[in-house]
Design a protein around this ligand. Sequence first.
Ligand code: GLC
Length: 420
Amino acid sequence: MTAPDSISLDDQAIDILRGNDRGGYTVPTAGLYPYQWNWDSAFAAWGFAQIDMPRAWQEVETLFAGQWADGMVPHILFHKPDPDYFPGPGVWGGVGPVASSGISQPPVAATFIWLMYEMNPDAGLAHARNLFPKILAWHQWFMDWRLDQGAVCITHPWEAGRDNTPDWDGAMAGIDPVGVGEYKRRDTSHVDPSMRPTKYDYDRYLWLVQMGNRLKWDQAALLKEIPFRVADPTMTFVLLRAQRDLSLLGQALGEDVSVIERHIETLETGAQSLWNSDLGCFDARDVQSGKWSNCVSNASFLNWYSGIDSPDMLAQYDRVTALCSYPVPSHDPSSDRFDPKRYWRGPTWGMMNALIGIGLAERGFADRAEALGTATADLIADHGFAEYFDPMTGEPAGGGTFTWTAAIWLAWASPNKETT
Ligand code: GLC
């Protein structure tokens, strides 16, 4: 059914995607994030797939053009220099074919590529054939370098895409950012500093980047040297889901998927290793100290998206969503670390809601999935296409005219969308 007042929102979302298009790739938002970000780009492709399939394929192909020789697909590709962003290519010293950062991001790409292929297999076939071995190599890179008890670890808070979540507080406290030097942040000139990470965080982010650059992003060296290694629910659930979808894509293409199937089993075990039984929730685990983060986050609720059921998680979901007007908050509102406007320490993110909603719908929780879709649509309709939102008031926060918020509107939240 078409809701007349939402037509203009569909148009606004399309304008945002087109407006953030830099020719072959989409920036998350002008000013604050002027480059191609990995998972933002995958969401952008999903959005474009609703209106312009060739452009959707181009988005992911541009992303994979930055793939490193070891298989890693970087979290930022610096296609064109922009002095208004820090830390830029010189600080990172990426070693791939396109100037880039030295870490990756949650690999949602395979899932959206599979969806795009399914939407139009004829138009997608050549693209899918070209991308399949590249995705395989990227996923293999995670399996080779990032596993702990089968769960996927991050070596930098930015790698999980949840920069300043309380999940990393313990591991961050173990870093003494000695010698990080003077630097000038740019993010706080675009956005109110109270909505961004603190200087304490930034010193540690940069110190880790400087160390990676010194080690030339050699994974064996990083494994030995980097004092930050956290097994992360975002990465683990997203990669598990991505491997399942890559297997489906491989089968459709007539490829041998036995290696992928073995990876799926490993990751299923890994996901269970993130179960914090005292908290009654999937949680992040600091590999070096062995300590839990004790965080109920929006990444905890990606279990259904990864294909894993849990009655305990359903109870957590109902408890947390009842605590705020606009779920799903990035951190439990009943925790003393909850901060409703500070980035990943409380705000609601539309794209995380889309992933959670897909999982709920698929695992048979249609009512909750629908309620989440409606709450997200209301949030965007009332408060715009913001980067993130205060879960209590809905107030928009961070950057505006945001690509992934527009993309999930078109692909998942819009009332004009027939299916979720
Ligand atoms: C922030 C987010 C990350 C995102 C990037 C660009 O760093 O935490 O998830 O990819 O901005 O939008």
